[in-house]
Design a protein around this ligand. Structure first.
Ligand code: NAD
Length: 485
């Protein structure tokens, strides 16, 4: 095992959990055994909540300008340890080293935003009538939880950690049991940055601990990122227990390509979007709807896809189950009459026999009723449908229950505007394949890609991690004038 067995992190210490159930952490890159992680029980969660509850008394009373000093130092430590963090991320998730470096760079950007929170969360005050003022201020919620998926072992935890904690909350992180190694280093770096014990805690586990988090009366808010199926379960269970919940789900992102789009640039964007992180991004392009004559663009997409080589500039998918599922989707589409222009099935990488790779796959003549057109594949696969009008393309996009992202490729500003206004998705790209908003803009989809109100990053997240205190204050302006005399 490359890394020691993973433990929970409670009150600033790594501690063994009370459960006997252990899961092996295997690298998708080559099948090497990286570590093992023990699942947690409700008892472990109690310990974490108690530590966080005690820490909250002092942390919430620490002025925000002092709290963010921890994150200035944390940002520096992320920069200092970037290569090591990226290596762990690549090993446990399977993404390429350059993708892992980009992930840690995004963590740095997220932390940078948190350090600017004192400039943003100022409240409001107004004299509403003579001698009476109303004022509002953002106050922290208490103990909050963040439940995260496998596809970004560092970035998604850092969507929530810096903002929630800088705003005065104490957090319990539940990492994905598939990629639990990165979170331990995050805990160590936060401690090195000066975060007081108990403010940040980790409980490892799977369904059992997620359910315990949703049920625990000491947890005020739950943020979740993962598949739509689980997002719905978590949202229902947490809100049923009267908790604030923001649950981000899966996606099926459509790229709408017009015949006037710049062919090479479009092809590069389509392929980067569908194959980056082996298609395991909630922002990955998974369906493309071509409007009118677009064969010249599809030819270039195939050329670009062939340049994407597993084990070189294409990482692994998370495990064998995932590889089998993705390849089954491709085979089913072929059997239903779609044309496989570039076929990634059966990909192997020399010297990495235990790795789980799927090559880039371009499927043409997909119809909207096929599973590859409707379902999230979460692999490096693009399903191309064809239409004659922009409205038909929009109808396909909008019929999908998800609503994370959609993009249009065109040189016509009117068409772009038409699609921005009508596409039912939270994040829209124009000639951009992965329209992730950069800080301070917030990240979040619509429809079945997000349950709850607001977004998970940027300014919008302030509303989720705080509650507003409203004071109405009356002073007699004359009183006290002569008090000292
Ligand atoms: P997942 O839903 O399987 O797991 C997410 C978390 O929920 C994990 O921590 C896991 O331990 C836990 N979990 C799994 N099954 C559970 C159950 N039945 N009950 C309670 N908890 C359970 O997701 P994943 O496979 O880890 O991640 C991939 C998914 O996440 C994709 O659908 C992707 O689109 C989505 N995702 C969405 C966003 C977004 O911003 N919308 C971002 C990243 C990933």
């Amino acid at each position: 095992m490359k890394y020691p067995s993973l433990k929970n992190y409670i009150n600033g210490q790594f501690v063994a959990s009370n459960s006997a159930r252990t899961i092996k952490v295997v690298s998708p890159v080559d099948g090497a055994l990286l570590s093992e992680v023990t699942m947690s029980s409700a008892e472990d969660l109690n310990d974490a909540v108690e530590a966080a509850r005690i820490a909250f008394h002092k942390w919430s009373k620490t002025p925000i300008k002092e709290r963010v000093q921890v994150f200035f130092r944390y940002k520096f430590l992320l920069e200092k340890n970037l290569q090591e963090l990226a290596t762990i991320c690549s090993e446990e998730n399977g993404k390429t080293m350059s993708e892992a470096i980009a992930e840690i760079e995004k963590c740095i950007e997220l932390t940078e935003f948190a350090t600017s929170l004192p400039q943003i969360v100022t409240g409001e005050v107004l004299e509403v009538s003579k001698g009476i003022e109303c004022r509002t201020e953002h106050v922290p919620l208490g103990v909050v939880a963040s439940i995260v998926p496998f596809n970004f072992p560092s970035m998604v935890p850092n969507w929530t950690i810096p903002n929630a904690i800088a705003l005065g909350n104490c957090m319990i992180l539940k990492p994905s049991e598939k990629v639990p190694v990165s979170s331990g280093r995050i805990a160590e770096l936060l401690k090195e940055a000066g975060l007081p014990d108990g403010v940040f805690n980790i409980v490892h586990g799977d369904i059992e601990i997620v359910e315990a988090i949703c049920d625990h009366p000491g947890i005020e808010a739950v943020s979740f990122v993962g598949s739509t199926k689980v997002a719905k379960l978590v949202y229902q269970r947490a809100t049923n227990n009267y908790k604030r919940c923001l649950a981000l789900g899966g996606a099926k992102n459509h790229l709408m390509v017009m015949p006037d789009a710049i062919a090479t640039m479009t092809a590069q964007n389509v392929v980067a979007s569908m194959s980056g992180c082996a298609g395991q991004r909630c922002m990955a392009a998974s369906a493309m709807v071509g409007v009118g004559p677009i064969d010249h663009i599809i030819d270039k997409i195939c050329d670009e896809a062939r340049k994407v080589v597993p084990g070189e500039n294409l990482g692994a998918v998370i495990n064998k189950e995932s590889k089998d599922r993705i390849e089954k989707y491709i085979t089913e589409a072929e059997q239903q009459g779609a044309k496989i222009l570039v076929d990634g099935r059966g990909a192997k990488v020399d010297g990495k026999g235990g790795g789980t790779y799927v090559g880039p796959t371009v499927i043409d003549h997909v119809t909207p009723d096929m599973a590859v057109a409707k379902e999230e594949i979460f692999g490096p696969v693009i399903s191309i449908m064809r239409t004659n009008t922009v409205d038909e393309a929009l109808a396909i996009e909008n019929a999908n229950p998800y609503g994370n992202a959609a993009s249009v490729f065109t040189q016509n500003g009117g068409v772009a505007r038409y699609i921005i206004e009508r596409a039912s998705a939270g994040m829209i790209g124009v000639n951009v394949g992965v329209p992730v908003p950069r800080e301070p803009f917030s990240f979040g989809g619509w429809n079945e890609s997000r349950f709850g109100v607001g977004d998970i990053t940027g300014k919008s997240s302030i509303e989720f991690w705080t509650k507003l205190k409203k004071s109405t204050i009356k002073w007699n302006p004359e009183a006290g004038v002569n008090w000292m005399s």
